[in-house]
Write a protein that binds this ligand. Structure first.
Ligand SMILES: N[C@@H](CCC(=O)N[C@@H](CS)C(=O)NCC(=O)O)C(=O)O
Length: 245
């Protein structure tokens, strides 16, 4: 009798475990929701990250030019009213870099994109912060006054800031093959989206910045860049030209 009860209990436990595992699998395959816009460099970083980790995403376009990001509904998701925003089950995340880190941890199969080793990871984080604090703001410093505030008089200093940023990238790439290591990481993906928009503001001088030029040329050939970055970066470049004309 006790044996039968034990066997029955083991059977129930096994069935529950199988059900839990299959539900986990179903959740993973259901994909995520992404509030995004192709023109936006940080949004493109996240779309590229979904692409490279094979995470299907429902694309919800947030038109910043029409104020979609200022609706009460969107502000509940992100009080900072910025895109991208990711929803994955009960998790809602803003900031492209936090989202990329999450996607790598939750869906990445290869450790190398966002290493688990604390020292290697710290170097990737450092370059993600370089993107947040240097590369992206140097796009925004020109595009925000130009496109949102309608101010065509761009301070020439803003272009010098971009050239300085190219110099930083060149220096990093003289130390390692990619920004944070001798292999590609999510920091390169974040910087790729910024650099493809910065070059629309100030073309990269291949003689002055040969390593940066080669790095960017290589990254632009990847399928994640072609699928999720190329057309948005081109469209932003055209929009900038139109506003500067
Ligand atoms: N650090 C943020 C920056 C996001 C950001 O500023 N996104 C811009 C579009 S490129 C935006 O949503 N701007 C609208 C606003 O600031 O109101 C990230 O990486 O997600």
């Amino acid at each position: 009798m006790t044996l039968l009860l034990t066997i029955y209990l083991m059977y129930v436990i096994m069935q529950t475990r199988i059900l839990a595992l299959s539900m986990q699998q179903t959740n993973k395959n259901m994909g995520v929701k992404l509030y995004t816009l192709d023109l936006s460099p940080p949004a493109r970083s996240v779309m590229m990250t979904c692409d490279l980790f094979n995470v299907p995403f429902e694309k919800i376009t947030v038109n910043l030019l029409e104020g979609d990001h200022l609706t009460p509904e969107f502000l509940k998701k992100n009080p900072l009213h910025t895109i991208p925003v990711l929803e994955d089950g009960d998790v809602t995340l803003h900031d492209s870099h936090a989202i990329m880190q999450y996607l790598a941890d939750a869906y990445g199969k290869e450790d190398s994109w966002y290493p688990k080793d604390v020292k290697k990871r710290a170097l990737v984080n450092q370059k993600l912060f370089f993107n947040i604090s240097i590369l992206f703001p140097r796009i925004r410093n020109i595009t925000y006054p130009l496109i949102i505030e309608g101010n065509k008089n761009v301070d020439p200093k803003r272009y010098e800031d971009i050239a300085e940023a190219y110099g930083f990238v060149e220096e990093f790439l003289s130390r390692t093959t990619y920004l944070a290591a001798d292999h590609i990481t999510i920091a390169d993906v974040a910087a790729l989206s910024s650099m493809t928009s910065l070059e629309a503001l100030l073309p990269i001088d291949a003689k002055k910045f040969p390593k940066t030029t080669a790095w960017l040329t290589n990254l632009k050939k990847t399928s994640f860049s072609k699928n999720q970055n190329e057309s948005g970066a081109t469209a932003l470049g055209e929009l900038i030209k139109k506003y500067l004309a």
